[in-house]
Write a protein that binds this ligand. Sequence first.
Ligand code: T6T
Length: 328
Amino acid sequence: MKTPRFMAVVAGLAITIAAAASTATLASTRASKTHKKTYTFYLVAGIASDPFYLTMKKGAQAEAKKLGVKLVFTGSPKAFSPPTQIPYLNAAIARHPDAILIAPTDKTALIAPIRNAIKAGIPVETVDTFITAPIAFTNVSTDNPAGGRAAADALARAIGKKGTVAGISVTPGISTTDQRKEGFEQEIKKYPNIKYVGTQFDNDDETKAAQETAALLTRYPDLNGIFAMNVVSGDGVTAAVKNAGKSGKVKLVEFDAGPEQVAALRAGTVDALVAQYPYGIGQLGVQLAYKYVTGHRSGIKKHYGTGSAIVTRANVNSPAVKKYLYTP
Ligand code: T6T
């Protein structure tokens, strides 16, 4: 028969074991809290000095902070091109982050370098631009064909639906600007009294855009309007039109809403801007990468659109438009 003293010892032992067990649970909970993994994402810009990507960086950073993710923004500040971008992508791959977000500077030239990241076990998401191989787990961007069509309608309205117009873009092979051009060309055909004389390419060089515009103004003295397809092209076109003393006479519609473009809109040199939402692209881009790396992959779609706005002098100060103006 068990004595009362034996029972007391057993009970005491049970309490001690239970206490030790609960201390151990507490310690392991604390440990798992303190050792919670900090994810690192790289965001490789098309060109790291552009107000569009600098605004995207802000959105990405804000979301990363919310989620406790470390975000590294990188990219060439000098040019928008595969030879200048690929070394930055390769350097990101070498650091082996948990995910890479990238705005590929060419639809095909970036396929192999992105494939290398995926082969190294790093999931890749494309933001803004895309590549033609479906290897990124998602893409977040503006609806660029629709933006191009909207630009054609805005330019047609600005010139009274008749006259001669031209385009200035970056380089053939970039998904975004190719789609803008295609959308513009499709839509401008709907205006029988508008003659479109084609698009010139400036390689994302403001000086080249200005020179090409000056040449266009000489070649077509009655040119009525120009569609400039991104920030850098827009800034060059605006400068040349101003310089030729044709502000307000040659109507300008530009993609994007960088600070200089918004200033030119307010001043009357630019008539309308197709403003993207780069802050939102950065925010949503990081949110989706976080979902992906934390195992919530099944609900992720292959593409997300972030919206755009046509900004004119009439609505540039309205609260609804504010989020579309870039804040590098
Ligand atoms: O228009 C943006 C971006 O969407 C495009 O892909 C490249 O040019 C910009 O960065 C503006 O300069």
